[in-house]
Design a protein around this ligand. Sequence first.
Ligand SMILES: [Zn+2]
Ligand SMILES: [Zn+2]
Length: 280
Amino acid sequence: MKKAIITSALPYANGEIHLGHVASTYLPADITTRFLKLTGTEAYYICASDDYGTPILIQAEKEKKTPEEYVKVWNKRDYDDFTAFGIGFDLFYRTSSPENIAFVQETFKKLMENGHIYEQEIIQFYCKVDKKFLPDRYVIGRCPYCKAEEQYSDLCEKCGRVPQEIEEPKCSLCKNPPTKEKTKHYFFKLTNFVKELNEWLAGDSHLQKDVKKYVQNWIKDGLVDWDITRDITWGVPIPLEEAKGQVFYGWFDNHLAYISSALKFLDNKGIRWQRILEFC
Ligand SMILES: [Zn+2]
Ligand SMILES: [Zn+2]
């Protein structure tokens, strides 16, 4: 019997699902799963809420909730809304699950053992009033491109660009200007994978033609090593003694939740599919 796991983009546990989400993403995946099941494939539709990231932490702080309480509400709300539309997940889990935390930490350790992770001191904004580092959305200021005020340091919502350095930075919590402090971060050496990725993309039919071209164009100048550390409390803890109090960037853990959630589902069901997970 053929086997298939179907997943779709993990919704942020940070607001209402709207019709656009259903039409573009979850309904097509639901139809695909139903079609496969009806035509004799052992198929399962697995999804999860994306629970980490500074927007979620900031919103939870504004609502005077713990981030755990905050994402629990949205996980249930999203699941109920999808169910009301007849979207039938076999499992709707979460990136903050103990299984995903363990899986992300294990993946990081394997990457480290194999020389794909390095440490580097960086300069980060810090708020002396709130006594915390200010990654991503914790800093607002003027966009250096379109000069729009009150934009996030990681995204200008007016022009859609990612500012290199925001002008007149302010802490988004207390509106005071931040200072700059040193902190040690972990970088994922993506530059180690350029050759393999290019070869994989050039190979047969992994991707649709247009998608392949799009990705090739995107990485034509190579890849850039990636800062996967955040100095905040909400996230998957970095599993190293010297990184106490630091967590992984949400984009390092969330895509791994597709795999960890699928494994959780299969383990729960007692299904023993051959595991084809290989670490680099
Ligand atoms: Zn702008
Ligand atoms: Zn502040």
